[in-house]
Design a protein around this ligand. Sequence first.
Ligand code: MG
Length: 449
Amino acid sequence: MSQQIFGTNGVRGIVNDGMTIQLAMDLGRAIGTYMSGQVVIGNDPRTSADMIKSAVSCGLMSTGVEVIDIGMVPTPVVQFYVKENALSGGIVITASHNPPEFNGIKCVDADGTEMPRHKEEQIEKIYFEKSFKSQAWNSVGTLHRATRAVEPYLRNVMSLVDTKTIHDADLHAVLDCANGAGSVTAPILLDDLNVKAVTLNSNPQGTFPGHPSEPVEAHLQDLISLVKSSDADLGIAHDGDADRTIFVDDRGRYLYGDCSLAIVAEYMVRENDGGIVVTPVSSSMAVEDAVRRAGGEIIYTRVGSPVVARKMIETGAIFGGEENGGLIFPLHQYCRDGAMTVAKLLEIVAIEGPLSKLVDNVPKYCQDKRKMACPDSRKESVLTKLVEYYCDERVDTTDGVKIWFKSGWTLIRPSGTEPLFRIYSEAQTDKDAQKYSDNCQKVLESLLE
Ligand code: MG
């Protein structure tokens, strides 16, 4: 296997430890060698943003690339900028939901989608071979600063929803941007849509002083209690780079990403009179149920938003998304988009709300998640034997092994970074979900012996 530097979400590391300026500059040189032309760069508000961005930009310019710096913006704004301006590509300096000491470098392809793995491999090859392009003094690139990247982005989001209905619904929201990049888009979007918002942590600060930037329930307690104590119609939370959105309903209930995914998927299918929805194999059956009852079709992929986006392009899907609150609207762009998700859910609440009613209408399932140790060298053979063992059941090997039982499923995925399997089960009751996991774990243990 060739050497790898990109993980599932670009290159990430602790600043001045794994994520050094040397790495950033060399990666900039590799990306510039691969992309050439004009490349846009943007960042989230991390304290190391300027340092890492400068190093990457230096590397890019040494290869002759013209760098356009659009400053601190959500990841989807960079993606939109690439597509709208027909650039060679883009780079986002972000570590999304990781702790503040981390930063990351993520590539955007020329069509605005996340860089597919085979292209990352080509950049890795240049990086490890150090086969960088190096321009003469009179051909090096320059750096331009562009402001106002947010405006055309938000204009496009607004053009894709029923703004009049949202405007007339006179909605109230509580917004929590986790002191992340969503602070520069979400308050403006809500204001433009006449949504009265109380904001929390909606000033960008790279130390994430309000709460860690992953929008899990434990981090959103202030948002939840404010929604409960006010008459807000919903709570809205973004992760650090605002490609994902998590909601709280009008009763103060935290909605798992599967739930909002199911609500939006069902609405999109009905709005389009059918169509394909794409989601990874790890998503809840609630999504499939919602899509089917609206007359749509579901297609499963491997886990990871770039894979979902590519499958959507390939199949002409009307919608797609992940269970972590990353929703993809093809009419806007083929990547997870926090602002588009907010605007569409507001439209749905304005037309069909309250949100709690929509939540109660989502089929309920129970999940069990656990890990089981397995040496890296044994993972593949054990999974092959597992498929043979369950040959009488419906088995899906799109990503790991997913076995469908009478009223649920178990998914076994090998960890890419640790010597273990992740086991997820879903069923109509907690007891059944645990039973499915117990049974699969026993089989895995016997296959390992
Ligand atoms: Mg993110």
